[in-house]
Design a protein around this ligand. Structure first.
Ligand SMILES: [Zn+2]
Length: 478
């Protein structure tokens, strides 16, 4: 089965076990220096080999393992030269990185396959000669690559206390261990989901999500260390998905999202998103209450840090910014859940296409819908688009024109069924029902719109129907 490869960025929270930050920092910087030296040696060697070959000169290109041994010797020479000048250097312990080279095989292999290969092909060197690209060099702050795809090589794992840790096999044992930051502020929901999948498959089984290579890099600004995990996962086979089966997705008024397929075989409704939706409504109501309270000129001072101890009270007195932050993160979670549900719905129904409305440049079309704001809708679309892509499903945006007013049964455009009509004919919280004046088809308006969006060539069908009914549209008319 084909596989996709991606990279996950994690923050290193602290050293584990026997090291402190100073020792870990020193070790990482020394390892990085060695990687940087070896990487540039390998580049020079490859460039030299390319030239010799072009000139017809017999040249045996040195393998990277050979260069690794050479580098060890060079570093030792350099150290003893420095030591002659200062006695201090001589007594400083020399970290053992590898027995027979400057760096262990885990690192050398990773450097060779993940960093050098892309730079040292003949095509690349030809481009350099032609001036199409610059001569590549590695910078001294480059990432330290470490392979982690073989059975014996340490990978990310969860400890009994719930920490996520990894041993960095970039020197001789004992390997330094680091703890990964997994709190909400350093790891988004999407990243967390990926990390969970990788941890679930810590044995790197063929059919799961596998850790392939780590890169340890220091952030230039914050001086903090990050761990980039190159991972791969099985690409879903798109063979069972048909491009003729389309899932239409529309934001709803009565519930966050409707998905429909073909002739209305199924739909995703409020049941799937009810609990989270209720939580968001509660947070929103709380925000409104809080705002009113403040407008009445009172009690803002109680929301200070000290007042927020104690149960119950703390919720009531949460500052507005914090409430809004919670709402935002609840929406993000919802968007992740909805996008995953939509893609699953498409896969389960063998649909090879997902269609949604393109709302770019349109104002206020989302007012009154559950999702409410455009950036949330756009976030949702982004999530659906990338999850669909991973599943081998095509994502299309179509014009929203009259998708809410077209009868999904007979194609007639119900011109009176505009936003105003829908707002005026609400039945409490329930939106006005769509009733087709032509064929009498009755449906929930959100569902009817989703069914329209599940129709192949919907834009063309609507344009043709407009001609038939002699509808002259204004721009922005939906
Ligand atoms: Zn109809």
């Amino acid at each position: 089965m084909p596989r996709h490869t991606k990279v996950l960025k994690l923050h290193i929270l602290k050293p584990g076990d026997f090291m402190n930050w100073k020792e870990l920092g020193d070790l990482l910087r020394e390892a990085r220096y060695r990687v940087f030296r070896l990487a540039n040696m390998a580049l020079s060697e490859a460039y030299l080999a390319f030239h010799q070959k072009r000139a017809g000169v017999e040249h045996k290109q040195k393998k990277i393992s050979e260069l690794n041994r050479e580098l060890k010797k060079t570093l030792e020479d350099e150290k003893s030269k420095r030591a002659k000048k200062s006695a201090e250097e001589l007594s400083a312990p020399f970290v053992q990185f590898a027995k027979d080279g400057a760096l262990p095989a885990n690192v050398v292999d990773a450097l060779s396959s993940y960093k050098l290969k892309a730079l040292t092909s003949n095509t690349k060197w030809s481009d350099v000669l032609k001036g199409k690209s610059a001569l590549p060099t590695f910078r001294s702050d480059m990432a330290i690559p470490v392979r982690c795809d073989k059975d014996s090589q340490p990978r990310l794992k969860r400890t009994q206390s719930g920490d996520v840790v990894v041993k960095l096999a970039l020197r001789l044992k004992p390997y330094p261990c680091v703890v990964i930051a997994i709190k909400r502020d350093s790891l988004g929901d999407g990243q967390r989901a990926i990390l969970d999948r990788l941890l679930d498959n810590a044995d790197n089984k063929e059919d799961g999500w596998r850790q392939r290579c780590f890169e340890i890099k220091e952030d230039k600004q914050s001086r903090k260390w990050h761990l980039f995990v190159t991972y791969d996962f099985p690409a879903e086979s798109p063979q069972n998905l048909s491009k003729e089966r389309i899932v239409g997705v529309d934001v709803g008024v009565s519930c966050p999202l409707f998905a429909a397929i073909g002739n209305g075989h199924a739909r995703l409704g409020r049941r799937a998103f009810g609990a989270l939706g209720a939580r968001m409504r509660a947070l929103q109501n709380q925000t409104v209450r809080r705002r009113r309270e403040i407008q009445r000129g009172g009690r803002t001072e109680i929301s200070s840090e000290t007042a927020r101890s104690g149960h119950g009270r703390a919720r009531k007195l949460m500052p507005i910014e914090k409430l809004e932050g919670r709402i935002d993160s609840a929406y993000k979670t919802l968007n992740h859940q909805m996008s995953a549900a939509v893609v699953k719905f498409a896969k389960d129904n063998g649909a090879g296409v997902i269609q949604m409305e393109n709302l770019e440049g349109l104002k206020e079309t989302l007012a009154g819908t559950f999702i409410g704001q455009r950036w949330r809708y756009e976030e949702l679309q982004r999530f659906i688009a990338y999850k669909a892509k991973e599943a081998g499903i095509e994502f299309r945006k179509v014009s929203p024109k009259y998708t809410s007013r077209r009868c999904s049964e007979c194609g007639h455009i119900h011109m009176e069924f505009d936003r105003k009509f829908r707002d005026e004919n609400r039945n409490g919280a329930r939106p006005a029902r769509f009733v087709c004046p032509e064929c009498g088809y009755k449906a929930d308006p959100d569902y009817n719109a989703a069914r329209n969006l599940a129709t192949d060539g919907i834009e063309k069908l609507i344009t043709e129907q407009m001609k038939k009914q002699d509808i002259k549209s204004k721009s922005g008319d939906l």
